[in-house]
Design a protein around this ligand. Structure first.
Ligand code: G1P
Ligand code: ZN
Length: 544
């Protein structure tokens, strides 16, 4: 094995976004592209000699090739031990679990999450730190700085490794261990939830569920946990084989893309509980019979019922939600006498709060829910939490949610996405709003008066770092809120996200369609931001 130094030079655009570097596969396949980024990571977080690195991905197109490149570079950069998921597979929460369990220095996750996969689709890479969570902004900034001044990278000459056979081998001085991607994660789940109670529910003959792995990474995890360990009938997990192109689908667990699952929740033969996860296994959607649970409500309900779960029976320390997420969790925190933190979009902002023990549960409206058991959002964990809750309460999902609304009131929520719009126009829309924020206050739109408006800025309560320009918030006289921000994960043009939420505590009015309940806010948003003209769209592309 020969260690080599390859001359290189900076490639523009390697700035990590909301969740690492995401680009089209062809961009990653350019000479030196992946190598430059990986070397920038190692230089930024190094020295790496003597350290342990975890490597795995969601199995999408280019996963295996990228892993071979990263292994060779990690060896050349002096890591003494690499833990690589068998077949190159590790879900994002499993990477976090493995980093923490084996006290690794960090990990590399290969995924573009819920974005489609395939030769002309998306790929992504991000670095997770020793706490198991996405690298914080100071680290991602340093990675970017390194990418701007890179002159060479280190690698070794070696044959591609067999990623499919479990066991250890040596490459130079580095021990490379091909690990079972599922077992550590499944054991962690078993330590948190009441598996005997959940197993009785799933095998009792009265309750049926369906889990849609969407041909993405959670298939093997869901089969092991739901079918093997909990005894759910074979076939409970559908689309369970990870495919490099997710079977041509869009592995985003919402009602549009998980249509096969949704269809199983309706009709005479409907199952009682349905769930899906995304490409890399960190998102979740949970459904009851003919009933959709908004992720904002899900976070609030899990928090309100946490003590029913063995892993949280001692109570929770606090809750955090991303800013655009509805304020449903805040009401639960209030009721429990706990603090609810409002953070910018992106899981990395929860890390410090979790590490400092300030929160136990956290979540985002974008189908992300998690706890202090790892430092990523965790799709299957959320599904198991709901299953455990159903097993304890012995109630249908819809009843659990409706009882919550009766008790706390309901925070209606919806998000409207305008995808692939002209970047310049989208940026102008945000800048225009930012510059006119103070003039908006007092004006009326669609019968609602603007009470206050700001551009969200966050100071981390632990390390006191600040993050500015995190989204425009507009508060209206009916207690409603509109948030405007641009996506940081898209790979084509810009995606404008507009979020709406409004509180309703009249028990007779908590069962409406959110699009109806939020009509005034939706109309006001168009008048405030001139969305139709700026995007050239008369309606959003995706509504969640
Ligand atoms: C989106 C979601 C955000 C989530 C991220 C990674 O980011 O909105 O909540 O953390 O994906 O899954 P965005 O594209 O909005 O920047
Ligand atoms: Zn994801």
């Amino acid at each position: 094995m020969k260690r080599i130094i390859v001359a290189s030079r900076p490639i523009v655009g390697q700035k990590p976004g909301t969740s690492g570097l995401r680009k089209k596969v062809v961009e990653f396949q350019q000479p030196h592209y992946l190598e430059n980024f990986v070397q920038s990571v190692f230089t930024a977080v190094g020295p790496c000699s003597g350290q342990t690195l975890v490597i795995g991905g969601d199995g999408r197109y280019y996963n295996r090739e990228a892993i071979q490149i990263i292994i060779r570079m990690a060896v050349a950069n002096g890591f003494s031990r690499l833990l690589v998921g068998q077949g190159g597979i590790l879900s994002t929460p499993a990477v976090s679990c493995v980093i923490r369990k084996y006290q690794a220095f960090g990990g590399i996750v290969l995924s573009a999450s819920h974005n489609p996969g395939g030769p002309s689709e998306d790929f992504g890479i991000k670095y997770n730190s020793a706490n198991g969570g996405p690298a914080p902004e100071n680290v991602t900034n340093e990675i970017y700085q390194q990418s701007l001044k890179i002159t060479e990278y280190l690698t070794v000459e070696a044959e591609p490794l067999d990623l499919d056979t479990l066991g250890s081998l040596l490459l130079g001085d580095t021990e490379i261990e091909i690990i079972d991607p599922v077992v550590d994660y499944a054991n962690l789940m078993e330590s948190i939830f009441d598996f005997p109670a959940m197993s009785s529910l799933l095998t009792g003959g009265k309750f049926r569920m369906c889990f849609d792995a969407m041909h993405a990474v959670t298939g093997p995890y869901a089969i092991e946990i739901l079918e093997n360990r909990l005894g759910a009938p074979k076939g409970t997990v559908i689309n369970s084989i990870p495919l490099i192109d997710f079977g041509g689908g869009h592995p985003d667990p919402n009602q549009v893309h998980a249509h096969e699952l949704v269809s199983r929740l309706y009709g005479d033969d409907a199952v009682d509980f349905g769930a899906a996860s995304d490409g890399d296994g960190d998102r979740n959607m949970v459904l009851g019979k003919e009933f959709y649970i908004n992720p904002c409500d899900s976070l609030a309900i899990l928090a309100a019922n946490a003590t029913l779960i063995p892993g949280y029976s001692g109570g929770i320390a606090g809750i955090a939600r991303s800013m655009p997420t509805s304020r449903a969790a805040d009401r639960v925190a209030d009721g429990l006498g706990l603090k609810c933190y409002e953070t910018p979009t992106g899981w990395k902002f929860f890390g410090n709060l979790l590490d400092a023990g300030k929160i136990t549960l956290c979540g985002e409206e974008s189908f992300g829910t998690g706890s202090d058991h790892v430092r990523e959002k965790d799709g299957l964990w959320a599904v198991l939490f709901w299953l455990n809750l159903i097993a304890v309460k012995q109630q249908p999902v819809a009843m659990i949610v409706r009882e919550h609304w009766q008790l706390y009131g309901r925070d209606y929520f919806t998000r409207h996405d305008y995808e692939g719009v002209n970047s310049e126009n989208a940026n102008k829309l945000i800048v225009r709003l930012r510059n006119t924020l103070y003039d908006l206050v007092g004006q009326e739109f669609a019968g609602l008066r603007v009470e206050s408006a700001d551009d969200f800025a966050y100071q981390d309560p632990v390390d006191h770092s600040t993050s500015t320009t995190q989204g425009i918030r507009i508060y209206l006289s009916n207690g409603g809120r509109i948030v405007f921000r641009l996506s940081g994960t898209g790979t084509e043009g810009a995606t404008l996200r507009v979020y709406f939420d409004c509180y309703q505590d009249d028990p007779d009015l908590v069962d409406q369609d959110p699009q109806h309940a939020l009509t005034n806010l939706i109309n006001a948003a168009d008048l405030i931001a001139d969305i139709t003209r700026s995007t050239g769209r008369s309606a959003p592309d995706v509504i969640t």
